[in-house]
Write a protein that binds this ligand. Structure first.
Ligand SMILES: Nc1ncnc2c1ncn2[C@@H]1O[C@H](COP(=O)(O)OP(=O)(O)OP(=O)(O)O)[C@@H](O)[C@H]1O
Length: 243
């Protein structure tokens, strides 16, 4: 999946230190995502992957370093302003609104979108996930895990973001459903959306991605083309269970 290496940077993190109060989690984290890429952060539980996302989204503020989106410094902006600049977010555990139906969940995702654009966007998203269209009046809590994940992604796409951030989209899903979700992510990317993915299914993630970072104890220890990392003995042994 070679993407033009001359593409512009969409998101950059430079020397980010971040955490929770006195607890420092991220140490000198730098990351670059070019327009059109799929970039993955892989790593074990608790190493700081979600903290990286929360820092990008402004949910926690970095104590030092710079975060730029479309060349603009966003470090100190509030989360709703960062999202409005063109970032869609599908959180870990999906967090759909269980007592609202599919359509209502998508309506909430489109709160920044005009009425005309909403209708167009809804059709595009239903085309991508026909199962959601079939279940548009069904309460989100009664959807299967895979359908809830589709809804979380669809909701994040409603404002037509330039960057889609996904935290563990395959979590708790049967392999065949996870594969279906990843096929949709490839389509979303081909339609022009850049993707930042956090994923513990390293095999699936590296096959989908252009570039990947391996995080250990709040630091990136490897930063490589995904196809090269997929052949790395340490990655294979530690993260893919291949001896
Ligand atoms: N709200 C919080 N307050 C204090 N510490 C936190 C908070 N949230 C996370 N942490 C700590 O920060 C560290 C990194 O957590 P984080 O959720 O970023 O890990 P992760 O790599 O996303 O793990 P997982 O894959 O299990 O979600 C952990 O030690 C965790 O206990």
């Amino acid at each position: 999946m070679a993407k033009d290496s001359n593409n512009k940077n969409l998101l950059t993190l430079e020397n980010i230190e971040s955490g929770y109060g006195k607890v420092k989690v991220l140490h000198n984290v730098s990351l670059k995502i070019k327009e059109g890429q799929i970039v993955t952060i892989v790593g074990a539980n608790g190493v700081g992957k979600s903290t990286t996302i929360k820092t990008i989204l402004g949910l926690i503020k970095p104590s030092s370093g710079q975060i730029k989106f479309k060349n603009e410094l966003i470090n100190s902006l509030e989360t709703y302003k960062i999202i409005a600049k063109g970032i869609g977010y599908s959180p870990e555990g999906r967090e759909v609104f269980g007592n609202l139906n599919v359509y209502e969940n998508l309506r909430i995702g489109a709160y920044t979108v005009s009425k005309d654009d909403f209708t167009k966007r809804l059709e595009e998203v239903y085309q991508l996930f026909p199962r959601l269209k079939e279940r548009k009046n069904q309460e989100a809590s009664s959807l299967s895990g895979g359908e809830q994940q589709m809804l979380a992604i669809a909701r994040a796409l409603m404002q037509d973001p330039d960057l889609l951030i996904l935290d563990e989209p395959s979590l708790g899903l049967a392999p065949i459903i996870a594969e279906e979700i990843f096929n949709r992510l490839a389509e979303i990317n081909q339609m022009g959306t850049t993707i930042l993915l956090i994923e513990q299914n390293v095999n699936l993630a590296l096959h989908l991605s252009d570039h990947a970072y391996v995080m250990e104890k709040g630091k990136f220890v490897l930063d490589e083309k995904a196809s090269i990392l997929a052949q790395n003995d340490y990655v294979k042994k530690t993260y893919m269970g291949i001896a």
